[in-house]
Structures are given as structure tokens and as C-alpha cells.
Ligand binder design. Structure first.
Ligand code: 5GP
Ligand code: ZN
Length: 142
């Protein structure tokens, strides 16, 4: 499936040219245009899905394998110290392009990349209740 107005559909199609680090039947991997660090890459699905929750299972099942393959090659090529593999769903979560993608962000000791949150305290009562609700919803969907 393609969306004629989607920039990542156009990149995945080759309609907009880019350096492809990797390509298979379901994904292309390109460099991010505004990288958090040099070598920051994004895995883009060849089908248009707004986010992970709309991504067909055959793609979802394979995307981490691609992250592992390309991510480890990138780490070796850059000789970086670590890598954040992250994926944003929804504007509130920082998503800005509404076509599924996974970020591969090379990390170095003492670099300036900031992917952190303030740590909180777990509320056991809330979590007991939440786990029951989630279990019910999973059962309904499967
Ligand atoms: P998000 O914030 O949705 O998780 O990530 C979108 C990413 O796509 C951003 O890091 C942004 O820099 C990148 N991006 C947006 N437009 C383009 C583009 O046309 N080409 C490339 N290579 N990256 C893009
Ligand atoms: Zn798209």
C-alpha cells in the first residue's frame, strides 16, 4: 500500500533518490536527513502504515531482524560505543513523519544525544489494575 502524499513512500519507491544502506522486499534503510549523530539511519517499511500499530504482522515480525543486521554493521563501520534503536508512535511520542520507521542512532561515550526521561515511582495498585485490562484487551484481539 502507498500514500501518494507520503514522503517515506516516495523514498521507499525510489521516486525521491537516497543513499540506501540496505534494501529487501519489505524495507529500505536510509540516512536521516537531520541526524542526531553522523550515521543516524532509519528503517522504512515499503508499505504505508501510519505507525507500528497499523503495520502488518509480516513486516512487524521482521523489522527487528533488519535493525539487528544493519545496526550491527553500522556499529562496526562507525566503531561507535552503542546504539539507540527507537520508534515513535503518535505526535505525543515525538513522531513527525506518519509512515512507520525505526531509528538507528549511533552513540558515543559522552556524546550530546539526549534520549532520557525523569525516573518515577511504580504505583502497584495502578499496575495490577492495568495488567488485568491489558490482558483482557489482548484476549479480545487474538
Ligand atoms: P520521527 O520524529 O517521526 O520519529 O522521525 C522522523 C525522522 O525522519 C526525523 O529524524 C527526520 O529528520 C527524518 N526525515 C524527515 N524527512 C526526511 C526526508 O525527506 N529524508 C530523510 N532521509 N529523513 C527525513
Ligand atoms: Zn507512506
Amino acid at each position: 500500500m502507498k500514500d501518494a502524499n507520503c514522503i517515506f513512500c516516495k523514498i521507499a519507491d525510489g521516486e525521491i533518490p537516497s543513499i540506501k544502506l540496505y534494501e529487501d522486499k519489505n524495507f529500505v534503510v536510509i540516512f536521516d536527513i537531520s541526524p542526531a549523530a553522523q550515521g543516524h539511519a532509519i528503517i522504512i517499511s515499503k508499505t504505508h502504515a501510519k505507525d507500528l500499530f497499523e503495520l502488518p504482522n509480516e513486516y512487524a515480525a521482521n523489522i527487528m531482524v533488519v535493525a539487528k543486521k544493519v545496526g550491527s554493521a553500522l556499529m562496526e563501520a562507525l566503531n561507535c560505543d552503542g546504539m539507540n534503536i527507537l520508534q515513535n508512535n503518535g505526535e505525543a511520542a515525538g513522531q513527525t513523519v506518519f509512515h512507520l520507521h525505526v531509528h538507528l542512532i549511533p552513540r558515543y561515550a559522552d556524546d550530546a544525544v539526549n534520549i532520557k526521561w525523569n525516573i518515577g515511582t511504580a504505583d502497584q495498585e495502578f499496575l495490577n489494575d492495568l495488567s488485568k485490562k491489558v490482558e483482557e484487551k489482548i484476549a479480545k484481539h487474538s
